[in-house]
Structures are given as C-alpha cells and as structure tokens.
Design a protein around this ligand. Sequence first.
Ligand code: PLP
Length: 460
Amino acid sequence: MADYIDLHGAEQSFGDTEAQREVRKNDRDYVFHSWSAQAKIDPLPIAKGEGVRFWDYDGNEFLDFSSQLVNLNLGHQHPGLVKAIQDQAGRLATIQPAMANDVRGELAKRIVEHSFEGARSVFFTNGGADANEYAVRMARHHTGRQKVLARYRSYHGSTATAITLTGEPRRWANGTLDAGVVHFQGPFLYRSAFYAETPEQETERALAHLRATIELEGASTIAAIILESVTGTNGILVPPPGYLAGVRELCDEFGILLICDEVMAGFGRTGEWFAFQAFEVRPDLVTFAKGVNSGYVPLGGVVISEAIHDTFAERPFPGGLTYSGHPLGAAAGVATFDIFEEEGILQRVKDLGSRIVEPRLREMAEKHPSVGEVRGTGLFWAIELVRDRATREPLIPFNAAGEAAAPFNAVVAACKQAGLWPFAAGNRLQIAPPLIISEEDLVRGLDIIDAALDVADGYA
Ligand code: PLP
C-alpha cells in the first residue's frame, strides 16, 4: 500500500530512495534557498505531513514544535482548510484585486471585527514583509512624516523597508535600504539594556528611553513606531505590564502612529486573535500573515484604522499587488475563523499554555543548570540557554556560527534525533507547536526537550 501520493499523482512509499533522491537532486540542482550559503545546506526532503507531524522519505517522523516557520497554526492537511481551498479553486481560482470577491470581503470583515476598536478595513498582501512595507507606506502618507522607529531584537521581514526595520543580524549584510528607519531598545528584563531589576523598572526606563529617542530624532519627523506585540524569533519577549500602554501614550502625545506587527504572534499563538489584545493598547495599523490561513496559500495584510482609511477616501492610495486578497488564500482565511470558533482554539491555547507548558518549563528551569530563563505565553515560549546562570553568559555567543555554535547545535540535534523538530533561534529553544496539538503530543514534545537539555547541561 502506498504511504502517500506524490505531486504527479503516483503512489509512493517511504524508504523509496529513488523518489527521495529525485527530490534531493532537483532541490540541490535548481532551488536557491533563503538565508543560506547554497553549497553548505542539505534540506531534508519531506514526503508528507498530517496534523502536528511530518515525515521524511525514509519514514522518519517529526513532531513539529515549530509549526514550520510559526505559520502552521492549524497543523498540516487540516480537512477544513483543504476543503475550503479545493472548493474555491473549483469555483473561481483567482480574480484581480480591483474586482470584488465574496471570500475576500468576508475575510476582511471578520478580521476587522476581531482586531481593534476603530479598525475600518484590510489591505491584503502576499505575506508578512510586504504587510509591514505597506503599513509603513500608509503611515508616511497619512502623517506626511518620513521616519519610522523600530526596535532592536525584532524581525519584520526581508523586503527593502522590512529588512531595514529588522533589528538583528539578518539586516547587517543588507545595509540600510530605507533611510528613514531609526532603532531603539525595547524591554527585555533578563538582559536589560537599562540595568533594571524589576518589570516595573524595565517598563519605566524603556519608556524613558523611547521618549528620549523621539525627542532627539524630532517628533515632527516620525510617522510611526513599529513593534512586534510579542517578539517572536528574537526570543518570545512578552512586554512587561504598562509598556505597550506607555508606547501608545507617547504616540498620542507626539502624533505618531503605532504599528503592531502580528505576523508571528497573531491568529491564536498567544491565545488571543491578536497578541496586543492582552494589553491596554489600541494600534493604528496591524500587520498579519502566517496564521491567517496557516500558510496554506501565501497571504498577509494590514488592518487599517478609520482615520488612516479616511485619508485615502478621496485621494488614491499609491500602491497595490496583483495577488492582493487572492481568493484561494482568502477562502482558507475564512475557513480559519470558522475552525478557530468550532474547535475553541483560543481557549485551548490558553489552557495548554498555562496548565501544561508553563509549569513544565518552570520545572525544567529548576532542574537544568543550562536554563537561564523560561518565558512566554499561550503556545509561544522560549528556553534561554546559558553557560552560567550567575553571569547569564549565553550558551553560545550572539550570532555564533560554525564551531562557536556547536553546543547549541548539539542540543538541536538531540531533539531531532528523538523525533522533535524544534524552533531553534539564537541560543534559545523556542516552543511553538500547531495550536491543535493534543495534550499527549505536547507532553511528549516537552519530554524530548527536557531530555535534550541534558546535552546543554554538559556545557553549563
Ligand atoms: N514579521 C514578523 C514578526 C515575522 O516573524 C515575520 C516572519 O517570520 C515577518 C514579519 C515576515 O513575514 P514573511 O516571511 O511572510 O514575509
């Protein structure tokens, strides 16, 4: 019996090394991969996925604790998503953005209704980077100002403005592609830039630093502040109490717009539709992608406030994309809302996060000398690995590569060896499984991480 049907409809079996060889060969011969030295990588050929698992051609099974790139919120091959895409493809596979389309309109309506008070409309993009690109463009046209403040320890995407907004090494080799971007420090108590010892101090000092940045840059030149509501790839940084509300107050005081990047944190990852909803803050623009339809079809967008929408009521918005609001992506987005409601996803995430993940990670932090800190919310957590708890020296240096990264790579390898695909970032094991994960699988994955931390302990 076949294990899966390949792209060409042919039955294939695991361990069919010819099929695997063909995938690997075409990939190595013709595919140019993101963020990689092409000769130094050997991507794992994947044969199939289902729910929280995927398999390579040899039948090796992986429990996905990374939801691919933290997009696969409803897991692989969710029947509701697959059916919505199939039905839409049979009905109308594509239509250009200047025409109206039922699923596009319905998805926009549901996003507006579930985002923030005063939200008015949605501009659809192809993914997260271009969502940020367009949010910044809207902010500039709306305010007539040019600068945008963005934080260090952030990732906002890889297009020109988005990579310049990014506050970590992925920007370095790309230089400054958008001259209007200025970076500032956000709160991160464990490695406080402000020598703070309590969350209250961190909030107060981070806000004072932001105020000083605004004053020194010139408030009248600043269109927007962009931030990840809960920072994702750079360490699952949950804002301390009062921080986001304080940023909003500064924005109001100086006439600056607030853009919340919810590309990774949005659509249930933290147990809210959007992560900012757990805090006292109202953004002006919200960007999203990934979880809006679990990445089954590329789709992102910008939720736009009434005031910004009105700026473009009589004067044309100068921008657009051929695939803006693509019907296949939009149909999967509408299905995502239905599935979240039918399966009670948000409640599940909160429950699993607080009842299973948090206590277990706190236990690991007690037990393993290599764990400096655990932090997170919902199904979005980080384990910060250190060599020395007292000095907080990271397990590997910042942006380490090659030999310097060996201790961390050994921990990641131990996870993979045991059948877990982790979300590895910097010197952190991060935890972001599909939101549909069963309690049993969640515990199984945490068991594997617990065991892999023994490897990290060897370096501590
Ligand atoms: N913003 C955040 C917070 C992200 O995590 C990402 C991707 O990981 C992006 C933006 C960029 O999204 P995309 O890769 O869809 O362009």
